[in-house]
Design a protein around this ligand. Sequence first.
Ligand code: NAD
Ligand code: AHE
Ligand code: ZN
Length: 370
Amino acid sequence: MKTRAAVAFEAKRPLEIVELDLEGPKAGEVLVEIMATGICHTDAYTLDGLDSEGLFPSVLGHEGAGVVREVGAGVTSVAVGDHVIPLYTPECRQCKSCLSRKTNLCTAIRTTQGKGLMPDGTTRFSYKGQPIFHYMGCSTFSNFTVLPEIAVAKIRQDAPFDTSCYIGCGVTTGVGAVVNTAKVEPGASVVVFGLGGIGLNVIQGAKLAGAQRIIGVDINPDREDWGRRFGMNGFLNSKGMSRDEVVQQVVAMTDGGADYTFDCTGNTEVMRIALEACHRGWGESIVIGVAEAGKEIATRPFQLVTGRVWRGTAFGGARGRTDTPKIVDWYMEGMIEIDPMITHRLTLEEINKGFDLMHSGESIRSVVIY
Ligand code: NAD
Ligand code: AHE
Ligand code: ZN
């Protein structure tokens, strides 16, 4: 079949809207009509050539929601007409990682996924006879995409596509980092670095968890109002401050250091600040941000010797097929908010504007509606 898609032909070049050829689902795969997709900073990072796994030409996008239109042989867990969210963190429930119960990082198809291929080692997308790579196993910047059955979460039919697509990455990552990874307890102090599409969801997760002090740090002063809207009760504009100044300010604002800090910037200097702003003896810093290829984190080992903990999280520690539908329920029941964070709705033709709005700090989340 044919599908309209925004293709990344090369790094650092705007996406091009073209008609691609799409092969139907093979055994264990499903064809999904994507109804809406968010634009996450990770898409921008890959498009900017900063991803060590980045491949071109490819169909980016990993924050979608849609409808199953066809199923391949042997597919049993979803049927035609089901509403689904594509999962860049699948859940096979059979691999060593899934069975360990210690991680959400299913390893069943990670190798081929990282090579832009379906589990059988081929692509379903092509353009003028040339293969086009998949991205993060999702490729939601295409109106139709093919996904492994283990990489779709079936969700309730009454959830709107244009908001629930955000649960495919940003919402689950931010809220999940608080409740699954850090396991923030009532009364805790939380500091969030970077109040964008992910950081605001960490803030609403911290509020949900009953954190008492919720402080945001950003270099964009407009983000203060945004943070307060979702439960933040203290803000630091760190623009122009040295590393030590930011650490000292945050430590002073949290009575000696935070119980939990979250990096939602992808900046390795900020990751260091987030660790060093933790309370001696028990503070935990959670790395959410994705850093550019070649970047490394550093701190004095004494920071860890004296009890601070550095952790990371992918997709908020959520087990894709099990937890994603629950987050959709939380949204539909009003436990968490999504609607105000969707600041821009775009057509596929306008998708490059979504990247511009992110880079200029004007948007929280842009969503493309097909
Ligand atoms: P975004 O562009 O919406 O937000 C980034 C925010 O960080 C902005 O508000 C920006 O002003 C702020 N910021 C930038 N530099 C800063 C600095 N030096 N100090 C303080 N604030 C600063 O991006 P997003 O979509 O929220 O994504 C945030 C990060 O999370 C990205 O690195 C993205 O790749 C990553 N991410 C990781 C996961 C995961 O599973 N681990 C999932 C989604 C996104
Ligand atoms: N490809 C990069 C790493 C990118 C990365 O860490 N991705 C996160 C999700 S970001 C979503 O917006 C993730 O899930 N990581 C776990 C995984 O298995 O990819 C690189 O450095 O090579
Ligand atoms: Zn993302």
